[in-house]
Write a protein that binds this ligand. Structure first.
Ligand code: ATP
Length: 353
């Protein structure tokens, strides 16, 4: 089923897929579209569905082929959260999307936001998470009654790919240090292989970038003691997932943590938070994480397609939400009183020409 077209601006240059998602997804997506439109971002969106919403719309699958085809065609998507049932029901649409499209690098910038009071200042780190393997392979076998084995998959190809991508990314973003979080003292073969590949890439291709290896448990302790000591953190899938939420907590929570899933051909931008069914449909959700993800999308367009207008639109939006926060215009999760729509309006009102 072809999606509806949302024209964000008449000066359309790029087409992206919009997946509103479940729970708070549609309302935060709508808020983000309103800001993109006000900022005259050179984007037009084609709406497609996934998750519980796709089932409700009788599209026959939580990840319909038409949604995948649209992303493959346009290479860029902005995605709201999709519900994943715990312990039973369908498997994660988010994981399936990343695996099917081979979006192997999950990028999660963690930085202090103006006007959001937290324990630490000057936090500015980026988590790069391997997005296709590890325990997220979802291979679980019932060996006998009461005994289950979950497989942690690691391949040399994927370990090398994420290591190379992270060093390249660090260079491009003018970052100076990469810390690999691991548990190779216990998982000597799988985590050991990731370290092996990271060391090789460091030694042969990027010796000027500072490189360290930190055991994941000690790394979490160091992170909550002083997150400013980290610059880029690279880890396998599960550690990256846990570490992302922990780091989100250091800068104001899930409402302010954006993300991108990037592969060689396609990229899907989405907030770190889930569908938050407890606040869905109440105009309470913070749209900032998805809005920040949309500015990452614009920067990605600028970097990969050389479109400076996209970069300028993203920077305009960034300055506008920074100003809104500085002036105390915030949603409830970060200590304010605005609703989803009101916050979007506050940002749009602060857009400069
Ligand atoms: P899912 O099952 O899709 O993972 P979840 O509710 O279990 O959803 P999250 O959505 O990640 O997990 O969030 C946990 C809680 O954090 C939510 O119940 C909600 O109260 C809060 N939360 C998450 N995202 C936001 C947001 N954008 N704005 C405000 N509160 C949020």
């Amino acid at each position: 089923m072809p999606g509806n077209l949302y024209y964000v601006t008449s000066m359309t240059t790029h087409t992206a897929v919009l997946i509103p998602g479940d729970g708070i997804g549609p309302e935060v997506s709508e808020a983000v579209l309103s800001v993109l439109e006000a900022a005259k971002a050179p984007l037009r969106f084609e709406t497609h569905h996934a998750g519980q919403t796709a089932l409700d719309l009788k599209l026959g699958d939580t990840l319909p082929e038409s949604t995948l085809a649209a992303i493959r065609q346009h290479h860029i998507a902005l995605k709201g959260p999709c519900t994943t049932p715990v312990g039973k029901g369908f498997s994660s649409v988010n994981v399936a999307l990343r695996r099917t499209l081979n979006l192997y690098a999950a990028v999660r910038p963690i930085r202090n936001m103006p006007g959001v009071k937290t324990r630490f200042d000057n936090v500015d780190l980026i988590i790069v998470r391997e997005n296709t393997e590890g325990l997220y392979s979802g291979i679980e076998n019932l060996i006998t009654d009461g005994v289950v084995v979950s497989m942690k998959v690691a391949t040399r190809v994927a370990c090398h790919r994420i290591a190379l991508w992270t060093f390249r990314y660090a260079t491009h973003r003018k970052r100076t240090k990469i810390s690999v979080f691991h548990k190779a003292n216990i998982m000597k073969m799988s985590d050991g292989m990731l370290l092996d590949e990271a060391r090789k890439v460091h030694k042969h291709d990027y010796p000027n970038i500072e490189y360290e290896e930190v055991i994941i448990d000690a790394a979490q302790m160091r992170m909550v003691q002083d997150p400013t000591q980290f610059d880029i953190v690279m880890c396998e899938n599960l550690y990256g997932d846990i570490c992302s939420d922990l780091c989100a907590g250091l800068v104001g929570g899930l409402g302010v943590t954006p993300g991108a899933n990037i592969g060689d051909d396609d990229a899907v931008f989405e907030a770190v938070h889930g569908s938050a069914p407890d606040i869905a449909g109440k105009n309470l959700a913070n749209p900032l994480a998805l809005l920040m993800s949309s500015t990452m999308l614009l920067k990605h367009l600028a970097d990969t397609r050389g479109d400076e207008e996209s970069r300028r639109a993203g920077e305009r939006i960034r300055r506008a939400y920074d100003r809104a926060l500085q002036e105390g215009e915030k949603t409830r999760d970060i200590g304010g009183s605005l609703g989803t729509r009101e916050f979007a309006r506050a940002v749009s009102d602060r857009l400069e020409d």
